[in-house]
Design a protein around this ligand. Structure first.
Ligand code: CU
Ligand code: ZN
Length: 163
């Protein structure tokens, strides 16, 4: 008591993460994602469960709409800079391209990556008028085949909600 707020004057609030709950074709929850603004971009953490073991392509898609069962409503990969798909492709990658998620025998996996861009604010934020979605694919992303790295169907989708 009696102290003022001066000790916190330089701290500011921690950046609020944006979040997504990923569901499958029948509405089962298959994971969650957090997107946190960091100094050099966006820190993405995706945790999956109930998935088939192996590598799964994961991307940020351009539209925050997840209509089962195929989730084509989420649109193409987030690509405000007009690039090709994949870090190993000439003219790549999309800003929404991130590494594959490795899923273990127990059906769970975790992906952590830092991607460029801003969640809100700036010239082309992730959360623009039509939002954005996190999508997990059935197969591995080969990091070079346009437009989606040959990663197969969309098995889980979650619209990103601002923090
Ligand atoms: Cu995708
Ligand atoms: Zn892509």
């Amino acid at each position: 008591m009696g102290t003022d707020a001066g000790e916190n004057a330089n701290a500011g609030p921690p950046p609020a993460p944006a979040t997504a709950t990923l569901t499958g074709p029948t509405g089962t929850v298959l994971g969650n994602a957090t997107l946190t603004p960091v100094r050099n971009g966006i820190r993405l953490v995706v945790e999956g469960t109930g998935l088939t073991p192996g590598a799964h392509g994961v991307h940020i898609h351009a539209v925050g709409r997840c209509e089962a069962p195929d989730f084509t409503s989420a649109g193409p990969h987030w690509n405000p800079t007009g690039m090709k798909h994949g870090k190993d492709a000439p003219g790549g990658p999309h800003m929404g391209d991130v590494p594959n998620m490795m899923v273990g025998a127990d059906g769970t996996g975790k992906l952590e990556a830092t991607m460029p861009g801003t969640i809100t604010g700036g010239a082309s934020p992730l959360l623009d008028a039509d939002g954005a979605a996190v999508v997990i694919h059935a197969a591995a992303d080969d990091y070079k085949t346009d437009p989606s790295g040959n990663s197969g169907g969309r098995v889980a989708c979650g619209a990103v909600t601002a923090g």
